[in-house]
Design a protein around this ligand. Structure first.
Ligand SMILES: Cc1cc2nc3c(=O)[nH]c(=O)nc-3n(C[C@H](O)[C@H](O)[C@H](O)COP(=O)(O)OP(=O)(O)OC[C@H]3O[C@@H](n4cnc5c(N)ncnc54)[C@H](O)[C@@H]3O)c2cc1C
Length: 575
């Protein structure tokens, strides 16, 4: 079906990403923007080609699991072969800076790479995604000697990484972590157990552990946690006390090894500030959340492409099923859900790139005039506030939509979709986990609510209004005005959330959905201005969501904490 390097991606790459601004900030006024942009397009073309070539083996080998042999994890052939192709093309650990021998791709491009890998092989994506994320955290927080020791080997693809947070009693609540880090005679040792660690056989583990000296007083909180780099092989070549206890059997992404880990007096090095590990881990998690959003979009693209193809081939009642009005509506809604998710992810990634570029300029240009420096600092802070709200929303939207789109793709296939060998069935099984790891959907909307409580909604809305004011011509101005109406309804309803925190939490999904609807509506209008073929997409999104925003806003504004009690009473009726 459609090429991995789709028109939707190229629309952003060619027209909507502000490359001029980005490259001038990072590379100075003399930069050849065209050449830089073309080089990134070349990367995307290469990755699209590789991913298209690995898709058949990944589908064929979908049931193949990773194996555990003598404490070593062996990837199934489709993951090992796919990884080798990407590594040989130099497309792994893509956030590593050039000074550590990396390719340093912008977040926008890196996440499209992850999206394409996910479209071909959702399991392989977890290996590559974590490798990139762990390397970025080392780059940001580790001392220089560790960076020099590890980063070039990440960049070459020799090393892979894992992120070790979860314990049996500490899932969403990382304050419950009890893995212990003890410091003695200048050496740090880790003891404890972690579960469900993706690619647990990797050489480099970033472990979130509780420091021994503040263990009792910090228990139950995220204070007193530090982040540790814990290799499976020590620099002198001896084996460290990092063991893979077992690999789990799962519903999907079988190619991605999910390990129970035991740390037995394992030697480790602290990265970042002692007691501040949760903050460093949040950085890694926020990057990873964008990566999982990209994974959701990639898997959904694969399912949608299968569904559209089948709807054209399969004939019932003398016509292709795709010609039935109900089916047309179903497929159109799947495209809307996919493109809405994409719009929010690409908008967020672009903002991340702008802010990285601003930070780099601020840190590197000592001759920056005072006025310009202050202005850039202000923009940076505002953008950070927006990114903190947009990131959980992007993960929530893309992964919930992925779950829905892949399920609908099974429906389009009828009974064939339910057969064990059905591609869309496999894709749906792969989709489910995206709403769970890197923070469940409930945790994402709770995070978003927290940011809204701190004032982020006002900053986001101010930017949206500015963008909407730029639509002067019909019919876009009419839709812009509808989105503005939605914003007013959200702001009007949000006051009701102040009355009670439990009630606010109860409404977190309603609010998140409404906020997502106006952000995506604005973004789709920008797409329609750049490419008029996308007007129907924007119009349909805005017409449909205007009604939903109104309903959500009324639901929020007219309710009280009594609704929480009503839920409790209803649950008591459960069998
Ligand atoms: C395949 C797989 C790979 C994974 N990879 C890794 C990895 O590499 N590294 C790692 O550290 N972890 C990993 N995990 C763990 C994953 O991050 C956790 O499963 C996830 O964070 C949820 O924790 P939990 O499973 O304990 O669920 P729980 O926290 O027990 O949650 C159960 C349910 O309660 C809801 N819930 C919990 N708290 C709240 C709240 N405050 N408000 C509303 N609802 C709430 C959740 O949304 C969920 O629906 C992986 C898990 C899986 C299944």
């Amino acid at each position: 079906m459609g090429s991995y390097l789709s028109d939707s991606i190229l629309l952003y790459h060619d027209r909507l990403v502000p490359w001029d601004e980005l490259f001038r900030l990072t590379k100075g006024e003399g930069v050849d923007v065209e050449a830089e942009r073309d080089a990134l397009r070349g990367v995307l073309e290469t990755v699209a080609e590789i991913c298209e070539s690995i898709e058949p083996e990944a589908r064929e080998g979908w049931y193949d699991h990773a194996r555990l042999e003598d404490d070593e994890v062996i990837h199934p052939p489709h993951v090992a072969n796919g990884y080798a192709k990407l590594r040989d093309a130099g497309i792994v650990s893509f956030g590593v800076l050039e000074e550590y021998e990396g390719v340093e791709l912008p977040a926008f491009v890196a996440n499209i790479v992850l999206q394409m890998i996910s479209r071909a092989d959702g399991g392989l994506m977890t290996v590559v995604g974590l490798q990139a994320g762990v390397a970025e955290d080392i780059q940001k927080y580790a001392p220089e000697d560790l960076k020099r020791q590890y980063l070039p080997r990440f960049a070459s693809g020799e090393l892979q990484g894992s992120m070790d947070l979860t314990e049996p009693q500490a899932g969403s609540d990382l304050g419950a972590i009890t893995t212990r880090a003890t410091e003695k005679d200048g050496e740090i040792r880790i003891n404890g157990e972690k579960i469900w660690i993706t690619n647990g056989g990797s050489q480099v583990h970033l472990v979130l552990a509780r420091d021994d000296d503040t263990f009792e007083e910090s228990k139950g909180t995220t204070r007193g946690l530090s982040l540790y780099l814990c290799p499976r092989t020590l620099p002198d070549g001896t084996k460290n006390g990092v063991h893979v206890e077992r690999l789990e059997e799962k519903l999907g992404i079988h190619g991605s090894p999910t390990a129970a880990m035991r740390f037995d007096d394992a030697k480790a090095w602290r990265i970042g500030v002692k007691g501040d590990g949760f903050k460093a881990m949040l950085d890694l998690m926020n990057n990873a959340r964008l990566g999982v959003a990209a994974q959701g979009i990639g898997i959904a693209e694969a399912a949608l492409s299968e569904a559209v193809r089948y709807s054209r081939e399969r004939r019932q009642f003398g016509i292709p099923i795709g010609d039935q009005p109900l089916m047309k509506n179903m497929l159109a809604r799947m495209v809307l859900a996919l493109e809405g998710s994409r719009a929010l992810l690409y908008r967020t990634c672009t903002l991340v790139d702008v802010n990285r570029a601003i930070r780099r300029r601020l840190d590197s240009d000592e001759e920056l005039a005072e006025v310009e420096r202050n202005e850039l600092e202000k923009t940076f802070e505002r953008n950070e506030t927006r990114i903190r709200l947009l990131t959980p929303l992007a993960k929530y939207l893309a992964t919930e939509n992925c779950d829905h789109i892949t399920r609908q793709a099974i429906q389009v296939h009828g009974g064939l979709g339910f057969m064990a060998e059905s591609t869309v069935g496999k894709l749906h099984n792969d989709a489910i986990i995206t709403t769970i790891y890197e923070g469940t959907s409930e945790i994402q909307v709770s995070f978003a609510l927290k940011e809204i409580g701190k004032g982020a909604l006002f900053v986001v809305v101010e930017e949206l209004r500015k963008e909407l004011d730029e639509f002067h011509e019909p019919p876009l101005d009419e839709y812009a005005s509808k989105v503005r109406g939605g914003i007013e309804k959200i702001l009007g309803a949000s006051g009701a959330l102040m009355s009670d925190f439990s009630y606010a939490l109860l409404c977190a999904k309603l609010l998140a959905d409404a906020v997502v609807d106006v952000i995506v509506g604005t973004e789709l209008l920008k797409q329609a201005r750049a490419d008029e073929r996308r007007l129907d997409l924007a119009a349909s999104w805005i017409n449909r969501t205007s009604l939903e925003i109104e309903a959500n806003a009324r639901r929020i504004a007219e309710g009280t904490v009594a609704r929480v009690e009503r839920c409790e009473k209803i649950v008591e009726l459960a069998p």
